[in-house]
Design a protein around this ligand. Structure first.
Ligand code: C2E
Ligand code: MG
Ligand code: MG
Ligand code: MG
Length: 289
């Protein structure tokens, strides 16, 4: 809480210094009220196995319907929420909503939730997650937490303990956006991840841009396999990329080719169809936005 308050002050200071301050201040004020006004909602994007094409889970992706500006993407408002002390409230909302919805899906189907480093570093995080799982009777193994290496950049001596406690709780851990930051290999050693999510920048167009991306993906897959971790390729949009991803042995795919993020109704429908059609373009679905 002290950290959040500090960040809030810092935000205010910065805003008074810059010309874009008022627009930012307005957006920040809007975001502070967005939750209470019901403007935030959670979209779900399917994650599909490369062998057999069945859906193994969904990633929860928060959405903001701004009453005047229309939809604003999380790439824009999550950093704002992190800087201004709102991320824990928003993050808990996403976690609760996602776990509640996932509890209505057939058992092996998982839910992946993004966890901001600020949430991860909250001393109550394990307790919070455990309480939400209990509240909705979701088996811990069906919750996957997506963590970026930002978690390791914060100087927090409790990081190892938090990882250990999350593992003990039985939730799964995924390292998100792998390959985009600094010295990611060191982080693989530090924490007991179950999965590596290969960043879109290596995946999109991998089949067409020559051999560099596919060499990198191949290396990540080999690394993950040696460490006993799954892999998910993010951002698969074309059949050429899908075919390449399969050939390279990536275990799961997430991308517009199998489905865009859709609402809870669309996800429930998708989740209850045990397998999806594998042939050609018939596998592309258009969930409600
Ligand atoms: P991420 O966790 O890496 O999520 C994957 C992003 O890739 C999502 O963007 C998704 O819509 C997009 N994506 C998936 N497949 C494709 C594809 O085939 N083509 C293209 N062009 N894009 C694809 P989105 O929903 O805009 O989210 C952006 C980022 O915002 C996320 O990246 C994550 O870092 C953050 N975020 C979203 N929801 C939350 C949340 O609840 N909490 C936190 N802390 N961060 C969140
Ligand atoms: Mg993610
Ligand atoms: Mg990612
Ligand atoms: Mg990302």
């Amino acid at each position: 809480a002290a950290k959040a308050a500090g960040r809030g002050k810092h935000c205010f200071y910065e805003q008074s210094m810059h010309s874009e301050a008022s627009d930012r201040q307005i957006l920040e004020n809007d975001l502070r009220q967005a939750l209470d006004r019901g403007e935030l909602w959670v979209a779900y994007q399917p994650i599909v196995r490369t062998t057999g094409e069945d859906v193994c889970g969904f990633e929860a992706l928060v959405r903001w319907n701004h009453p005047a500006r229309g939809p604003i993407g999380p790439d824009k408002f999550i950093p704002l929420a992190e800087e201004c002390g709102m991320i824990e409230k928003i993050g808990t909302f996403v976690l609760r909503t996602a776990v509640k919805d996932a509890a209505t899906w057939p058992d092996p189907v998982r839910i992946a939730v993004n966890l901001s480093p600020i949430q991860f570093n909250n001393p109550n995080i394990v307790e919070t997650i455990s309480a939400v799982l209990n509240e909705h009777k979701l088996r811990a193994g069906r919750l996957e937490l997506e963590i970026t290496e930002g978690v390791f950049l914060a100087d927090n001596s409790a990081t190892d303990e938090t990882f250990a406690n999350l593992k003990a709780l039985g939730v799964r851990l995924a390292l998100d956006d792998f390959g985009t930051g600094y010295s990611s290999l060191g982080y693989l050693k530090k924490a007991p991840f179950d999965k590596i999510k290969i960043d879109q920048s290596f995946v999109r167009g991998a089949a067409s841009t020559g051999s560099r991306n596919s060499a990198i993906i191949r290396a990540i897959v080999s690394l993950a396999e040696s460490l006993g971790m799954d892999t998910t390729a993010e951002g698969v949009e074309t059949h050429d990329d899908l075919q390449l991803i399969r050939e390279l042995g990536v275990s799961q795919v997430q991308g517009f080719i199998f489905g865009r993020p859709g609402d809870a109704t669309a996800a429930a429908e998708y989740a209850s169809s045990a397998t999806i059609e594998a042939d050609g373009y018939s596998c592309i679905r258009e969930p409600r936005q």
